[in-house]
Design a protein around this ligand. Sequence first.
Ligand SMILES: NC(=O)c1ccc[n+]([C@@H]2O[C@H](COP(=O)([O-])OP(=O)(O)OC[C@H]3O[C@@H](n4cnc5c(N)ncnc54)[C@H](O)[C@@H]3O)[C@@H](O)[C@H]2O)c1
Length: 342
Amino acid sequence: MLRIGIAGFGFMGRMHFRQWKALKGAKVVAICDANPNIKEDTKRAVGNIAGAESDIDFTGIEVYQDFVQMLDKGKLDAISLTLPTYLHATCSEQALSRGVNVLCEKPMALTTADCDRMVKAAGKSGKILQIGHCVRFWPEYAKAKEIVDSGKYGKVVAAMFQRLGSPPGWSIDNWFVDETRSGGVALDLHIHDTDYVQYLFGMPKAVCSHGAKSPKSPKGHLIHIVTQYEYGPDKVVTAEGGWGMSPTFGFEMSFNLILEKATIVYDLTRKPMFRVCPAEGKEFSPEVAKGDGYSLEIEHFAKSVRGEPVPEVLTLEQSRDSVRIVEAEKKSINSNERIVIK
Ligand SMILES: NC(=O)c1ccc[n+]([C@@H]2O[C@H](COP(=O)([O-])OP(=O)(O)OC[C@H]3O[C@@H](n4cnc5c(N)ncnc54)[C@H](O)[C@@H]3O)[C@@H](O)[C@H]2O)c1
């Protein structure tokens, strides 16, 4: 039985809790959150994707307010690190150096330099560090990758990705809107698509980004980003991410992939959500894996911790590179220039 700790029990902590609870051979035995009222506060609704558990039974779970104390006392095999992003690097190092495997939420860290620290700590410890790039595991995104890689419908000619919602307002002290703690909309939200673009096509040669700033924020925080990723003359790839939508808009994640002999379409807000439209013949909705990106990434992580074979879905270097690409995207917005990725 894997003994699991969860560090940070907000939206994603509760999402991970639900997935761990459903997984055989693992048990959440410890939860850590700085909030002393966490048991009561878990009853609040949070997040932009349904599924974060709200009615938590804390029986048999030790609750800590201090992360290091949980590591030292919890006798843990692994943790879900679902703390705010600015804590990812240091807390990953602290856990790995104590022999605890880490599933750390995305983005890996605030900067490439911090990601490098984490790669080094994982290497030194010999333990598993996996970054929560759940979109690589999201059933429709995983199936789309499988179809593209099969070559059945020829090459991708154009690919467009969208991820749009209202500002994340569920965190207790609103750390998301503080760019120094979250990295802002580009690193927090849009990185999901940056990472998937990298998964499908590898590293882009260059990026060209444009952004809209919040008219309400005195510091002019970015609320919307559109990036073109360069992969040579035969392919157009763009991704758009924004958290400036009105609250009643809800949440949209979607993509259109135009291949030589088919169009693949996904949109969380449509029915059917996922369609393959071949150039010839009828459209169809392919069968996809059961579960969602969160349950499937946790299953993958648990297998890795147990030493069972898993397909290579993501590496630490790729997770680090997604942060590197987003850094280039921000640089492109600030300089109004195309940025070459070295
Ligand atoms: N994969 C996804 O789809 C997805 C979605 C949302 C957020 N995230 C990521 O998950 C991470 C957490 O986001 P969230 O939405 O759960 O945030 P949140 O604000 O809802 O939860 C963070 C929790 O950490 C606690 N905390 C803060 N500092 C602490 C400390 N020093 N020690 C112990 N507890 C502390 C807070 O009290 C809070 O309960 C972020 O990195 C975010 O980018 C991922």
